[in-house]
Design a protein around this ligand. Structure first.
Ligand code: AMP
Ligand code: GLY
Length: 428
């Protein structure tokens, strides 16, 4: 069948890599894709936010399955748009995707249904936000978050009133994240280890993916600002059977069931960002899509056909077959541009990629890259994902870092401690 994949990041290259291995995949289109996906299918220059054109493209090209990578088209209602035209698409509809799009909605939903999450207040003006901060209701550090989508960057952990004021100013006055900053949340700061728990669901039943741990902070030891993710390992080193069962019972299953009851049937990928506190797992955020870079680590371990599982989900039959995973751990290290997650320069030539990708056991997924003739240039904040899966985590990380040594571009930054023993704060 013809399959259309939407997005252009490392996650999408990883999904394209896996989807293109499926016997069901006759032809793969990627909109807009990147130089990595170009080798696996045909890149189509349509922006992921142009949902009408994407639907028209799918119709004209007889696409039988569309898979959505990023959250933006989901929040815009791409699934509703496709379903209106009777086109098959894997992902939640607009109402269900609100669980990621609006942190305020997600918080109210969790509170309504007693799903554990940090205490919070919302504010629709900077004055109100400052009042809450000053009230002393939340001891420092406290957390200030933009309500809407901000690519993982609209969250500030504020150790002092000054820093909290500054966060409110950046979000609500300077509008660094645009409309996402019309409202803010002020939240209690949770401590513990952090992990991502990601599952596929048909809206009724849940099929958890193999566990992962993201490394969100920019710098080694969990220091520096939060990013979209600087690396990941799978499995999550501190997830045991008891914790797995608790997360399923207390978070995943109630979330899917309550969404269904509220007439927001969630079909697609449900991603729960969790803090493992002394009182048990708490939800930091929900995402309505695959993780980036978690997906890069997960696909390396997935033995089953991803296309079949997505179709099962679309047929309300997500548990129809087992998903088989390799027992070997996997890992992913992100190579980022200087300045990321803030402003960064583009068009820096990338050297050594072919040599590193040729190392046995190494897979490199493209994200912010661009071809200029036959020269590969940087074109984004997160540029490449260097991945491997070996007998042990130590071997995996050694393999990855030896490949990383071979790649260079001006200002290249990466964390050197992905896969090291997790520290408290971020689980990394
Ligand atoms: P979010 O986008 O809400 O997941 O927030 C991004 C990151 O900020 C999370 O991955 C955590 O590292 C951190 N964070 C968010 N909320 C809290 C909280 N209430 N307490 C501690 N850390 C948090
Ligand atoms: N790695 C974090 C995310 O995908 O949201």
């Amino acid at each position: 069948m013809k399959i259309l994949l939407i997005g252009s990041g490392g996650r999408e290259h990883a999904l394209a890599w896996k989807i293109s291995q499926s016997p069901h995949c006759g032809k793969l289109f990627c909109a807009p894709g990147n130089p990595g996906t170009m080798k696996l299918g045909k890149n189509v220059p349509i922006d992921p936010s142009d949902i009408t054109r994407l639907a028209e493209f799918a119709r004209e090209n007889e696409v039988e399955l569309t898979v959505v990578g990023p959250e933006m088209p989901l929040a815009m209602g791409i699934v509703d748009e496709f379903e209106k035209r009777r086109l098959r698409i894997f992902g939640p509809n607009k109402k269900a995707a609100e669980i990621e799009e609006s942190k305020v909605f997600a918080k109210q939903f969790m509170t309504r249904h007693k799903i554990p999450t940090a205490r919070y207040r919302t504010a629709s003006s900077p004055e109100r936000a400052r009042e809450i901060i000053k009230s002393g209701e939340f001891p420092f550090p406290l957390v200030v978050k933009a309500d809407g989508l901000a690519a993982g960057k609209g969250v500030f952990i504020c150790p002092s009133p000054d820093k909290a004021d500054e966060a409110v100013h950046r979000i609500m006055v300077e509008k660094e994240f645009g409309k996402a900053g019309d409202k803010v949340l002020i939240e209690e700061h949770l401590t513990g280890k952090e992990m991502s728990f990601i599952a596929l669901t048909d809206g009724i039943k849940v099929r958890p993916l193999v566990s992962t741990m993201d490394h969100k902070a920019l710098l080694d030891g969990g220091q520096g600002p939060n990013t979209g993710g600087m690396g990941a390992v799978s499995p999550c080193p501190f997830l045991d059977k008891t914790l797995f069962a608790e997360i399923m019972d207390v978070i995943l299953l109630p979330t899917v069931t309550r969404l269904l009851e509220e007439n927001r049937k969630f079909r697609g990928v449900l991603y729960c960002g969790l803090m493992l506190t002394e009182k048990g797992p708490y939800v930091l955020e929900y995402n309505c899509r695959f993780g980036d870079p978690e997906t890069q680590a997960q696909v390396l371990r997935l033995k089953s056909d991803l296309v079949e599982v997505m179709i099962d989900a679309l047929e309300d039959n997500i548990l129809a077959r087992e998903m088989a995973w390799s027992n070997r751990p996997s890992g992913c290290v992100i190579l980022a541009s200087a300045g990321y997650p803030g402003p960064y320069e583009k068009k820096k030539p990338i050297q050594g990629l072919d040599e590193s990708a040729a190392l046995s056991g190494v897979t490199v997924f493209h994200a912010g890259t661009k071809l200029d003739g036959d020269r590969l240039l940087t074109n984004g904040g997160r540029v490449l994902s260097v991945c491997a899966s070996e007998e042990t985590l130590a071997d995996t990380m050694r393999r990855i870092y030896s490949a990383v040594q071979m790649i260079s571009f001006e200002g290249m930054h990466y964390r050197k401690d992905i896969g090291a023993a997790p520290k408290e704060k971020e689980g990394s």
